[in-house]
Structures are given as C-alpha cells and as structure tokens.
Ligand binder design. Structure first.
Ligand SMILES: Cc1cc2nc3c(=O)[nH]c(=O)nc-3n(C[C@H](O)[C@H](O)[C@H](O)COP(=O)(O)OP(=O)(O)OC[C@H]3O[C@@H](n4cnc5c(N)ncnc54)[C@H](O)[C@@H]3O)c2cc1C
Length: 590
C-alpha cells in the first residue's frame, strides 16, 4: 500500500453523491469551486432506488397546504422533530418541486398537464381528517429520475467528481473542519482533500440489520467518521422499519402501492389495519403498520406454513394501472417473491429501511457543535444533509416521501450556506497530524492477518441487531446486545483481510465498512437501551407508552475516551416553529 498522499484543494467539498450531495453540489458549484467524492459512481447511490414519490402540498388534485403537511410531519415524527425545521421543510416543498421540474425532472402528469400526486402514509388533509394526494412521482422510479436529473445538472455546473473514492477520516482542528482523507478504490492511492467548507451527505446505515431495504453501501460511514472526529449523532435509537419488505428478502415494495389502493391482509383474509387505524387504515404511518403486522403474526394470524408474514394485495386495481404506475414493483415481486402481483398478493414483512437520526444540524443544515447554557452552537463550515443528517424533521418516525424532499431542501440549503461560507472565509490550516488516524485504521485492516473474516462477522452483527435491537425491544435483549457488540468489536482486532492487492480491493473496503457498522450499531443499541419509552420506530415491550414527561428530548451520542466508550446526553426538542403555532404533543390516533 502506497502511503504517499496526493493533495487537492477546493472551496466546498461534498462527501456523498446521493440526492442530498448532488443537490448541494450543483448549488455550490454555481458560486465556488466544488468537488464531490463518492464511494460509488454517483448514480449508483441509494437514492436511485427510491420508488414512491416526493411530497409537496401543491394541491394539484385536491386542496392542500403546507400547514397540513407540517402538522402531519410533526405528528408522524411522534413529536420528536424540531418544529422550526419541519416548517422550513414543508413551506419550501412546492418551490423545490417546481425547481426540480425546471431542471428537467420528468414527473408523471394529470390529464390537464399538471404534476400528478398520489396519497402516501400519514399525509392527510385538514389536520388528520382524511388521506390527501401529496406525493409527486415518476411512476415507481422517482429516485431514479431525481438522481439522474441532479447528476446532469451538477455536471453541467462544473462540479468536479471523484467517484469510487472512499472517505477514511474527517480532519478537523479545534474550531474548523478542514479536510477529508480518502482512498481511491481503483488503485489504492491516498488523497487528502483540503477545503474551506465540508458537506456530509453520506446516506443511511440500515445494512446493520439482517433484513433491510438498503444498498450495500449504506453502512453508516459518514456517521462513524463524524463520531470519530468528535461530532455527535442525534437520536441514534430511531430506525424506521418499513412495513412492506418482500418476505424473506427485505426488498422494498413502495408505500405507493397502498397509495394506489393496495391493502394488507392477514392469514384469515382480514384487512386488519381497519382495527389499528380506523380513519386512514393501510395509509397509517410506517411505525404503526409495522407494529400491527408483527402483532398479527404474534397472535397467530400470519400467512404461510410458519404463519410468519402477511399479504399485500394489489390485483384489484387492474393490470393496466399496475403496469403503468407500478411497473418496478411488478418486476421486483416477480423476481424476488415469484409472484405476479396483477393476479396474486405479495408476501411481506417489515424491513429496516431508514435511519431517522443523524449528524445534528439546525434548519440551515449547519452542524451543531454542542449544547451549552446559551443553547446550540454551530460548527463553522461544516454542514450535513440527507439521511446521514438529523436536520431534524423526522424525529422518531419519518413520513414516506419526506426523505426525498429533505434531500433537496436541506441539500440546497447546505450548498448555499457552504458556498457563502467559502466566499467569506480563508481556508483553515490543516493540523500537523492530518490524516494520521485514517491511515492508521487503513493500515490496521490492510495488514490484518487474524482469525475473523468479513462474511461470518457481518452475519453475526446483523442477526444480533435484528433479533435484539429490531422492531420490538426489551431491557434484557438490548443489555445482551450492548455486551455482545463489545465482543464483536474485540474480534475486529483479530481480523483478516485476505486480499492484499491495491487494485479494487473490496475485501478491504468491506472490512473498513464493518468497522464503521460496529461503531454505529454500538451507539444505536446503547441509546435504545437508555430510552425507556415507546415512540415512533423505537418500540419497547417493557415500556409500551410514550413518555413525554421524561423523554420528549433528543438523544445526543458521542464517542469518548479511547473512542470505544459512548457518552449519551439529552437536549430539548425545538417545539417552537419559525412562524406558525406549536403543535403540542397529543396521543397519536389515526
Ligand atoms: C428502496 C428504497 C426506497 C425509498 N423510497 C423513497 C421514496 O419513495 N420517497 C422518499 O422520500 N424516500 C424514499 N427512500 C428513502 C430515501 O431514498 C433515502 O433516504 C435517500 O435517498 C438518501 O439519500 P442521501 O443523499 O442521503 O444518500 P444516498 O443516496 O444513500 O447516497 C449516499 C452517498 O454517500 C456516499 N458515501 C457513503 N459512504 C462513503 C464513504 N465512506 N466515502 C465516500 N462516499 C461515501 C455514497 O457513495 C453515496 O453517493 C427510499 C429508500 C430506499 C432504500
């Protein structure tokens, strides 16, 4: 392995080329010299697989407005989102859709030529009275269309891309972030990117669960790097389990299927959501449906020889409608479940889908440094957007289609703020030991020759997270999880990377990713153990109620000591919106 480090200098450096990173980059590139580094070619980022849509209260098919959208976002989050950020998100949404349309995103249209909209879980009219058509979409390939459009725009703006560059370390000095150390996966060379402003847009981490809907690269690298550089992870215990993963595989069947009229049935053929959410039934938020499905299975109402899943029926909307609006789903069901959904129901169970928390920021996507007596202090020149960030609009549970929206809203804001910062500030000096930590981790794994290899250890980690820190959680299971995760971490010191080459060494990349996944899992499990209530995606069998007296607060996790210990503190939720009145916590009935 060559340890010569090539130097690059930019005004703005974006890490990650999903929807958030590309939108940030195309905006920043309009003002300053901007580069994007990405582990994969940009259009292979997970955003490509987003299916169902992007929300905005355009009101193209029926009356809608951003107040209702904001209400749904706050209620959907189980009151853990910051209400200033929720207002910012929902007010900006219509403008962002028009902007995307103008740069070429080919949305589906109504017969009159307006942007078409479909209903989605948890989106309602008149503060919860009935489902509303709010999700703009491109068939069931919305993310695909969005990522291609944003990539073309970024290229046109002159963004410099470094594809298949793997970030190893976020470099900072006392008061500024100043660079990122990367390895070029294609030849093993090291590169130090020195920049005035840095935007993290590294996506999610649901690969830590055995059954998940995520791309292979969603291993929480950005979070682990930020944690190691001393930044915090907000609300790490909150994951979203999407109700309709293909049984046995986890691939996602979009909520758009239920938006188009699909319904869930148990083994008795009952439409059981009528019992759990009488008003909006199969379009209740994801956490509520996932728990209802697991409860049906536990009550013996499941389907199949083991009665361990339920069914998603869609054939009644007709073959023509399915092939026009949900062609990708038809293909997925055929390939993974062997089911032709124009004739038969699809077997489904919840799948780990989304990380709700992330690197904490304010609503301007500026990373928060700490929480002193004077409130929050931001860290100059450091921004985060997309799934790796807690901006924080999703709280304990994200509404479907609010993620693609958050990518473009906070991606744009991060791009604008970073460009402004870069124009107004000189580049910060690199610390003397810049890149040392990253090189050390790289060398540790590149030269490793111990007992454990990626496959079995990854399996051990993901089954542990699935069984002991998954949909249902208890004190006992999670105490075991925390302990066993320490054991897995110890095994990383006796690891073996078999491939010793420098060219496209994915064995090495997987080892580095596993190292990050272990860190991320440890933080998530510990935070989940300490939150003794049920809220949104965090469901404790031993504390089944939401507890606003003790837990209406954000978790704030940092690494301490040798980087192996985790310190957890809490901070208040921002219940004060920018302009409208507060939505105080209420029971969450749908
Ligand atoms: C199957 C599926 C369907 C979905 N459908 C919808 C939907 O219909 N509507 C909706 O709103 N949301 C949906 N979501 C959620 C949404 O798509 C994601 O939350 C969102 O796309 C994440 O975008 P991102 O820009 O944050 O990151 P990603 O698109 O995940 O991109 C992450 C980027 O970070 C880079 N990266 C990561 N680690 C490193 C590293 N170490 N070094 C260098 N680069 C790195 C990667 O290369 C990649 O470019 C869906 C999610 C899934 C999984």
């Amino acid at each position: 392995m060559s340890m010569k480090i090539e130097y690059h200098e930019y005004d703005v450096l974006v890490v990650g080329a999903g929807g958030a990173g590309l939108n940030a980059a195309q905006v920043a590139s309009q003002y300053v010299k901007t580069a994007v580094i990405s582990e994969v070619y940009p259009t292979r980022s997970h955003t490509i697989s987003a299916q169902g849509g992007i929300s905005a209260s355009l009101g193209n098919l029926e009356p809608d407005n951003w107040h209702w959208h904001m209400f749904d976002t706050v209620k959907g989050s189980d009151y853990l989102c910051d209400q200033d950020a929720a207002e910012f998100l929902c007010r900006k949404a219509p403008e962002m859709i028009i902007e995307l349309e103008h740069i070429g995103l080919p949305f589906n249209r109504t017969p009159e030529g307006k942007i078409a909209q479909r209903p989605f879980g948890g989106h309602t009219a008149e503060y919860g009275k009935r489902p509303v058509k709010r999700a703009c979409y491109v068939a069931d390939r919305t993310g695909h269309a969005m990522l291609q459009t944003l990539f073309e725009k970024a290229v046109a703006q002159g963004t410099q891309f470094y594809s298949e560059f793997y970030a190893l370390e976020l470099i900072r000095n006392d008061n500024r972030v100043c660079g990122v150390l990367c390895m070029n996966i294609q030849d093993g060379t090291l590169h130090l990117f020195h920049a005035k402003a840095i935007i993290f847009a590294t996506g999610g981490n649901c690969r830590i669960y055995e059954t998940n809907s995520n791309a292979h690269i969603n291993t929480g690298d950005g979070l682990a790097l930020a944690l190691r550089a001393g930044f915090s992870w907000a609300d790490p215990e909150f994951f979203q389990f999407h109700p309709t993963g293909i049984y046995g595989h986890g691939n996602l069947i979009t909520e758009g299927v239920r938006g188009e009229g699909g319904i869930l049935l148990n083994g008795k053929g009952e439409r059981f959501m009528e019992r759990y959410a009488p008003t909006i039934k199969d379009l209740a938020p994801r956490d509520i449906i996932s728990r209802a499905m697991v409860k049906e299975v536990l009550a013996g109402n499941g389907v199949g020889p083991d009665k361990d899943h339920v069914l998603l029926k869609i054939d009644h909307i007709g073959k023509e409608a399915i092939m026009e609006k949900l062609p990708g789903i038809h293909e997925l069901a055929l390939v993974f479940a062997g089911v032709d959904c124009t004739r038969e129901p699809i077997p489904v169970m919840p799948t780990a889908h989304y990380q709700n928390g992330g690197i904490p920021t304010n609503y301007l996507a500026e990373v928060i440094k700490g929480y002193g007596e004077d409130g929050e202090e931001v860290y100059p020149g450091f921004y985060a957007a997309g799934e790796c960030a807690a901006n924080s609009v999703h709280g304990a549970n994200r509404l479907g289609t609010n993620s693609l929206l958050d990518l473009v809203v906070f991606g744009r804001t991060a791009g604008e703020r970073a460009a402004k910062f870069a124009k107004e500030n000189e580049i910060a000096d690199l610390p003397e030991n810049a890149g040392e930590k990253g090189v050390k981790i790289l060398e540790k794994f590149a030269n490793s020759n111990g007992k454990y290899t990626f496959g079995p250890l990854y399996k051990e980690l993901t089954t542990l997270m699935q069984n002991k820190a998954g949909v249902f959680r208890t004190e006992e299971l999670m105490t075991e999880a925390v302990k066993e995760l320490d054991d897995i971490e110890d095994k990383l010191s006796d690891f073996k990377v078999v491939d010793k080459s420098t060219v496209y060494n994915l064995d090495l990349i997987e080892a580095l990713e596993l190292n990050n996944m272990v860190t991320v899992s440890k933080v998530a499990a510990k935070a989940a153990l300490l939150r003794k209530e049920s809220r949104g995606g965090h469901s404790r069998e031993d504390y089944p109620e939401r507890d606003d007296v003790n837990y209406l607060k954000h978790t704030n996790a940092v690494l301490s000591g040798d980087g192996k210990s985790i310190e957890i503190t809490y901070r208040p939720v921002r219940l004060k919106p920018l302009t409208v009145e507060t939505f105080p916590p209420k029971p969450r009935v749908y």
